[in-house]
Design a protein around this ligand. Structure first.
Ligand SMILES: [Zn+2]
Length: 243
């Protein structure tokens, strides 16, 4: 039973009471939108990124205690699009917290409008979560090969600047590569609206094993977007994963 479905330029989504499904879009779907052909050409690995996330969810569930959506199934639709079904985790994305007061613990900070106090509480909680739970758990996962299971899908913040469509796997004599989220910003930290603590880390499309310098993140919207603009760092990191 689907209760809600919607699309963005790159993905389709379906929500049922207990499940959440994400799927890639086909060339025909892109072509129905303004500039759809441009979006289609610049979005590499439409189906591979769904598979990458499916593999990551299973790996993380098996080997870490990071709160993530539960993997249900992944497969290909008749139209060639790839889908990933997972458990539904409700909440508010960190980027959305502060649009109104969430009254954490029954405490109301202001009568109406934006609430910076809620935003700051949620950001501090998210930072603490990343430092004390997420990063130590990810640090347990190491490999001597970049990417995940033979496929390299670099972080989101790298791909607007470095637009190559294929990355070879780099191998090392030691397990120097660590598992990274790849898009660890306020849009992908789901917050419990009552406690303002992190409930779930979502959207693992860009995850995989990379040098530790790739483990970039921020709980602040503008600081996170600044990663996309730091072209010197992007170039250095890109070079470091060329075999
Ligand atoms: Zn508030």
């Amino acid at each position: 039973m689907t209760t809600l479905s919607y699309t963005t330029i790159h993905s389709g989504y379906k929500l049922s009471p207990c499940t959440f499904e994400k799927r890639s879009r086909t060339a025909a779907e892109y072509s129905t939108q303004p500039c759809g052909d441009v979006w289609f050409k610049t979005r590499h690995w439409k189906t591979e990124r769904i598979v990458n996330e499916a593999k990551a969810l299973q790996l993380l569930a098996e080997r870490t205690r990071i709160p993530i959506p539960k993997f249900i199934q992944c497969g290909q639709n008749d139209d060639g699009s790839m889908f990933l079904e997972m458990s539904r985790v409700d909440g508010i994305d960190l980027s959305e917290v502060g649009k109104k007061c969430q009254e954490p613990g029954g405490m109301r900070h202001n009568a109406s409008g934006k609430c910076n106090e809620c935003k700051n509480i949620a950001k501090a909680n998210a930072e603490h979560f990343i430092q004390t739970i997420l990063l130590p758990e990810l640090a347990k996962l190491r490999s001597n090969r970049t990417g995940l299971d033979g496929f390299v899908l670099p972080p989101a913040w790298m791909l607007e600047y470095d637009t190559r469509s294929h990355w070879d796997v780099k191998t090392s004599s030691r397990e120097e590569f660590v598992f990274i989220h790849g898009d660890l910003g306020p849009d992908n930290l789901r917050i419990d609206p009552d406690t303002l603590t992190v409930k779930c880390v979502i959207d693992w499309e860009h995850s995989g094993y990379f040098p530790s310098g790739f483990q970039k993140w921020s709980v602040d919207d503008s600081d996170y977007h600044a990663l996309y603009e730091d072209h010197q760092t992007i170039c250095e990191l890109a070079k470091s994963i060329e075999p």
